[in-house]
Design a protein around this ligand. Structure first.
Ligand code: CP
Length: 338
């Protein structure tokens, strides 16, 4: 469970102990084999989306429904208003309500709150603080689940661990290559950050391929290096894709934006336009040791990953997406039934 908090929030998967995550993964496997049960009858979760989602929303709603519970879903753009996050703010701006009040009120209606916060999109130094999800966790009196903030996507990392364990068995000593992909609308690095930290803790070697200018957040890299201790070879970054895939058991394709021109879409597009390649295709996969392909989706076909690889026998993308359902069921059972 989350260290340092009486309420078991889930903001960063590695806030939970390795044992707690292992227990969740074991429960995920058991729930995957079982028909629907009414374990969570009478329990409800509020889902608040400040950014769009396909998988997270539907898998969460299905998970609660299959466990006999209920979800109440709100989309910020259409259902409510801006919320102030800053403590002590004089609220004469756009936001008519403070997250302090919203979190305390909603805690009286539901048994957990799952939130995909918006991103300011102007300054990485501001967005990387994850102030909004942390404000919800500070003020809510029920568990808060991060459905993807600027820095972390713990739900995706949980499903990714489950998928890799199903495919490879023990993850200790296995090699994960995370290969940056060029996309006209790059994602945030939240998926990569959470996957990197979770995979290292599971004993994997993680080699990341990306072009110059797409380094991960320095604090995430520092945590990754610290986790490797004397075994510095377990984590490498800034590699060429051809080098990073060698000997890999998993090739994980993912786009992310450069933090160097964060908030400046013109400069960001110009940086991307200078790059060529950076798509995971059959030729790249052949350089691995028969690696499987993973992607958190949504995926831009024939831009990020070729059709041949996505639809081929190496691809785990649909199993991975399905495992969002089972691993979230496990999380919900743990949080709402103890
Ligand atoms: N992977 C993932 O979180 O997908 P959505 O953005 O569709 O929820």
């Amino acid at each position: 469970m989350a260290q340092g908090s009486a309420i078991p929030h889930l903001i960063d998967l590695n806030d939970w102990s390795e044992q707690a995550v292992d227990d969740l993964l074991d429960l995920s496997v058991r729930l995957k084999k079982r028909a629907a049960v009414d374990t969570l009858q009478g329990r409800s979760v509020g889902l608040l989306f400040f950014r769009a989602s396909l998988r997270t929303r539907i898998s969460f709603e299905s998970a609660m429904q299959q466990l006999g519970g209920e979800t109440i879903h709100l989309t910020a753009a259409s259902d409510f208003w801006d919320l102030e996050v800053q403590e002590g703010a004089v609220m004469d701006g756009r936001a008519p309500e403070h997250v302090r009040d919203a979190a305390r009120v909603l805690s009286r209606y539901v048994h957990a709150l799952a939130i995909r916060p918006g991103l300011g999109g102007q300054s990485w130094e501001v967005d990387r603080q994850d102030s909004t999800i942390r404000a919800w966790a500070r003020h809510a009196q029920v568990p808060v689940i991060n459905m993807e903030s600027a820095l972390y996507h713990p739900l995706q990392a949980l499903a990714d661990l489950m998928t890799m364990r199903e495919t490879l068995g023990s993850l200790t000593g296995k090699k994960l290559c995370i290969s940056w992909t060029r996309s006209p609308q790059p994602s945030s690095a939240a998926v990569t950050n959470s996957l990197l930290l979770a995979a290292l803790r599971a004993g994997m070697q993680v080699h990341i391929a990306h072009p110059e200018g797409y380094d991960l957040d320095e604090e995430i890299s520092a945590r990754a290096r610290a986790m490797c201790g004397d075994d510095a070879q377990r984590f490498a970054t800034g590699l060429d894709a051809e080098e990073a895939v060698q000997g890999a058991h998993i090739v994980y394709a993912r786009s992310w934006a450069s933090t160097r021109d964060y908030g400046n879409p013109t400069l960001a597009a110009s940086r991307r336009a200078r790059l060529s390649g950076w798509m995971v295709d059959a030729a790249l996969m052949r350089r691995s040791a028969g690696a499987k392909l993973m992607h958190a989706m949504p995926v831009r076909r024939n831009i990020e990953v070729s059709d041949e690889v996505l639809d081929g026998p190496q691809s785990l993308v649909y199993e991975q997406a399905e495992n969002r359902l089972h691993s979230q069921k496990a999380l919900l059972v743990r949080l709402l039934r103890g």
